[in-house]
Design a protein around this ligand. Structure first.
Ligand code: GLA
Length: 346
């Protein structure tokens, strides 16, 4: 009888490009997940219901980034990250399947990493699991991501978004108010591998060299940054942290209209100051924001393509043509619990 390790994808409601400077984020785990059904063995032999090929990894793993097919890098990256921390790993033989859209900005890679960590037998708290899986992503792809995706996948709470302080890793679950739901629209498929994501991380580091940690900076100190591009990047991060606080307060008080206004402001900041949006994403946000019943919409996640996230009345209808040509239809997502592992009763 196989054991099944599961981990959800995530969508971020607000707080993008803040995690890697220890800022605030407000994502939720979603009811789309990646499952690895396996039996223990000495090394790893994994097939996928979604992709061709077979991944073979000999433990301890030697070259995680070189594992092929490419989806196997994430699994190997987890083994390598666990090795670095001297955590024991067991091998497994199994099959992976996912209902998280791949490469759509809903953290399909984080879901695979967290499910793999559970299959490798990781046995620790959610913050450490997330740190190991974040490191796995760095090893596998060289993208210097923050901790939001992996922590959300590990720590999700049904019906709640998670207010996360990425410096302390404190998590405050915030209930999604009655009467509204969350939708995502995949605008374009993309990967952060080879994107300008590392350049954005470097620009934030440059800003911090000038004015200190962005998580505790204010807009007056941001204005003293000499380079206009670095100044704009820092302005996004500092204002986005404030928007996360305001958005969380709006959700708690049930003021979804105010929450929606904050989402649109967040989108403008990502588009103008952080420049991680695309014309198609801006058009999608513009179109969708005019639909009756929609409170707010913004791009979500790393950007340069991917998804927009929508907060709208439960009964809103997204008719055909409500998004620009080429976008996927709106998909409703519900806030879900984080990763788990279970052996079915025989
Ligand atoms: C990607 C990264 C996260 C985060 C977001 C932007 O999803 O993996 O760590 O930086 O982009 O908020």
């Amino acid at each position: 009888m196989s054991t099944v390790a599961r981990a959800p994808g995530r969508v971020n409601l607000i707080g993008d490009h803040t995690d890697y400077t220890g800022g605030l984020v407000l994502p939720m785990a979603i009811d789309r997940d990646t499952a690895i059904a396996f039996t223990p063995s000495s090394d790893v032999l994994l097939t996928s219901r979604n992709f061709d090929g077979e991944v073979r990894i000999n433990l301890p793993v030697a070259d995680a980034a070189g594992v092929r097919p490419a989806w196997g890098r994430y699994v190997a990256g987890v083994a390598a990250a666990m090795d670095e921390r001297h955590m024991p790993t067991r091998g497994f033989t199994g099959t992976v399947s996912t209902t998280v859209p791949i490469g759509g900005g809903l953290s399909s890679s984080a879901a695979l990493e967290v499910a793999a960590a559970l299959a490798f037998g990781i046995d620790t708290d959610v913050a450490t699991i997330a740190a190991v899986c974040r490191r796995a992503e760095h090893i596998a792809t060289n993208v210097p991501c923050g901790i939001m995706d992996q922590l959300t996948s590990a720590a999700g709470v049904k019906d709640h978004a998670l207010l996360i302080d990425c410096h302390t890793l404190d998590i405050t679950p915030i209930r999604i108010p009655e009467g509204v739901s969350v939708w995502v629209v995949e605008v374009s498929s993309r990967t952060l591998d080879g994107s300008e994501y590392p350049a954005r991380v470097a620009q934030c580091t440059a800003a911090e060299h000038e004015i200190g940690p962005l998580r505790s900076a204010d807009l007056a100190s941001v204005d003293t940054i000499k380079d206009p591009v670095i100044r704009a990047r820092a302005r996004h991060v500092v204002s986005e942290n404030e928007r996360v606080r305001q958005f969380a307060a709006a959700l708690v008080s049930g003021d979804t209209r105010e929450a929606g206004i904050i989402m649109l402001e967040g989108h403008r900041s990502l588009s103008h100051d952080f420049q991680t949006s695309t014309t198609t994403m801006d058009d999608a946000v513009d179109h969708i924001s005019r639909i009756p019943g929609v409170h707010g919409v913004r791009m979500t996640g790393g950007g340069f393509g991917g998804c927009v996230v929508i907060l709208a009345d439960d009964d809103v209808r997204f008719a055909e043509g409500s998004t620009p040509v080429g976008c996927a239809p709106a998909m409703r997502v519900r806030a879900a619990d984080g990763a788990s592992i279970a052996t079915p009763l025989s």
